[in-house]
Design a protein around this ligand. Sequence first.
Ligand code: ZN
Length: 116
Amino acid sequence: MTYTKQLSAAGAVLIMLVGAVLISGMAGCGEADRASGPELGAAAKTFDSDVPPMNPEQKACPICGNAIKENVYVDVDDEGTTKRIYFDSDQCKQLFQQNMETELMKFKSKMQAQSS
Ligand SMILES: [Zn+2]
């Protein structure tokens, strides 16, 4: 009797393992194009700010893809609401500001791609 119990327990573990591999395999697929990028830190939503982030899930600088910093940002008007976009450096922030309309559009379309 105990032998059968052990066997089914082993089967359950195996199923869980296969499930974990499948899930991690799927998650890795979407990240493939930035696999060589830097390690990203906290998301924008974890920052202590009065201004809501444009993308709460933002972790990467929209210009270069490095991890964002809480104190480097641009506040933009999003349909009447002020939203914050974070950067990793002043240079990237300036690049964004120089080309605000295009960069903002890129940022938003990337956001939509991520959420869908
Ligand atoms: Zn950057």
